[in-house]
Design a protein around this ligand. Structure first.
Ligand SMILES: [Zn+2]
Ligand SMILES: [Zn+2]
Length: 346
C-alpha cells in the first residue's frame, strides 16, 4: 500500500509498504480521509518528542475510513464508515480510571506511537477497540462530513468546563482551525455573541463569514479595551486562548468578566511556559482558569455526534482535499499557512 512515512533520516517520503492485516482482537480500516494538523507538521520537521531520531513510522491521527478486516468480535460490518479517536490510554492508571485517558503517561496513539492514517490502511489495536476508539458513523453521511471529528473533540474538551450558553459573550483568541472550531461550537450553543481576535486579515474575514459577531485585530486595537467596549464594560464570560502567544494569556484574564471561565487551549513553546498573570484578577473576579490537551474517545464520540448533527457547519473548515499520492505538495501547502484544514485522501 501507499503511505506517507516519516523516515529514519528525518524526512517524510511516499513509500510502498506491506498492507497490514488484522491480528487477534484488531480491526483494520481502509482510510478514506485523514486531516493534517500542526502535530503532523511538527513531526515532519523532526521536532516531535514521540518521533526521536531513527523512527520510521506513518503519522496521521485524524482518520475517517471504512472497516476492512474485523477480528475484534464486535459487530462492525465490512465497509462501515467509522471515525477513529486517536489516543489509547493504558486503562489502568489514575488518569485513565478517572476518565482522563488523554493524560495517561503510558498512552499509545494512532499516528504518534504506532502507524497512523497517512496510508491506505490503518490498524486499530485490540486495546483501542476495547477503549471505544472506533466510532461508527451514521448511515447517509460521507467522510467529508465527519473528518473534523478529532479536532472538534479537542475543542469539545476545552469548552466543557467553560460551558458557554445563552447570554454569554465568548472571546476566542486565535482563528486557526481550533479557534474557528470554538467559534462554531459556541454559536451552536446559542451564546449571545462571539468575538474573535486574530492578526491575519483573511482569517478575520473567515471568522466573520463563519459567524463571529465581532473581530478584533490585536495589532491595531487593544484586545482588552475593545472586548470591554463590546460587552458594556463587563468583559467576556468565556475566553479561549487558541494561539501560542504569551501576552494573550495575560490579556485573557484581563478580558474576562466577573465569574469568567478561561481555557488555555494553546500551549507555549517548551521552556517558555512561564507567564506573569495577575492573581488578583482570578481572586477578585472569581475567575475559573482551565487548561486542556488532546482528547479521549468519549470526547470524540461527543464530537462525532456534534458534527453529524450539522455536517454543513463543520465542512466549512475543510479548505483543501489532496490525494495521498500528492502528500508532498499537500504538506507544502499546509506549511504555507494558507490552508485551514487540509485533508489527504488515500
Ligand atoms: Zn490533530
Ligand atoms: Zn493510563
Amino acid at each position: 500500500m501507499l503511505a506517507y512515512e516519516y523516515q529514519a533520516d528525518g524526512s517524510m517520503r511516499l513509500v510502498e509498504k506491506p498492507t497490514p492485516t488484522a491480528g487477534d482482537g484488531e480491526v483494520t480500516v481502509d482510510v478514506e480521509m485523514v486531516g493534517v494538523c500542526g502535530t503532523d507538521l511538527k513531526i515532519a520537521r523532526g521536532e516531535h518528542r514521540l518521533y526521536p531520531a531513527g523512527t520510521v513510522r506513518v503519522p496521521g491521527h485524524e482518520v475517517v475510513g471504512r472497516i476492512r478486516e474485523n477480528r475484534s468480535g464486535r459487530d462492525y460490518r465490512e465497509g462501515q464508515l467509522v471515525a477513529l479517536a486517536p489516543n489509547v490510554g493504558c486503562g489502568e492508571c489514575g488518569p485513565c480510571r478517572g476518565g482522563r485517558s488523554n493524560l495517561c503517561a503510558n498512552y499509545s496513539s494512532i499516528g504518534l506511537t504506532f502507524d497512523g492514517g497517512f496510508a491506505e490502511v490503518v490498524t486499530v489495536p485490540a486495546r483501542g477497540v476495547e477503549a471505544g476508539n472506533i466510532l461508527p458513523v451514521d448511515d447517509g453521511l460521507d467522510p467529508i462530513d465527519v473528518v473534523m471529528t478529532e479536532p472538534v473533540a479537542a475543542v469539545v474538551r476545552g469548552l466543557r468546563p467553560l460551558n458557554p450558553g445563552p447570554g454569554d459573550t465568548v472571546l476566542v483568541c486565535g482563528a486557526g482551525p481550533i479557534g474557528l472550531t470554538a467559534l462554531l461550537l459556541a454559536k451552536r450553543r446559542g451564546v449571545a455573541q462571539v468575538i474573535v481576535s486574530q492578526t491575519s486579515a483573511p482569517r478575520r474575514e473567515l471568522a466573520a463569514t463563519l459567524g463571529a459577531d465581532h473581530t478584533i485585530n490585536p495589532r491595531e486595537e487593544h484586545l482588552v479595551e475593545r472586548t470591554m467596549e463590546l460587552t458594556d464594560g463587563q468583559g467576556a464570560d468565556c475566553v479561549v486562548v487558541a494561539t501560542p502567544v504569551a501576552s494573550v494569556f495575560q490579556d485573557a484574564l484581563r478580558a474576562a468578566a466577573v465569574g469568567g471561565r478561561v481555557n488555555f487551549f494553546a500551549g507555549l513553546p517548551s521552556g517558555k511556559g512561564e507567564v506573569l498573570l495577575d492573581a488578583n484578577l482570578v481572586h477578585y473576579r472569581e475567575l475559573v482558569v482551565t487548561g486542556s490537551t488532546a482528547n479521549t474517545p468519549e470526547d470524540n464520540a461527543e464530537a462525532l455526534a456534534e458534527v453529524s448533527a450539522s455536517p454543513e457547519v463543520y465542512r466549512q473548515l475543510v479548505s483543501d482535499r489532496v490525494p495521498l499520492a500528492q502528500a508532498e505538495e499537500g504538506f507544502a501547502r499546509a506549511r504555507s499557512g494558507e490552508a485551514l484544514k487540509l485533508v489527504l485522501e488515500p
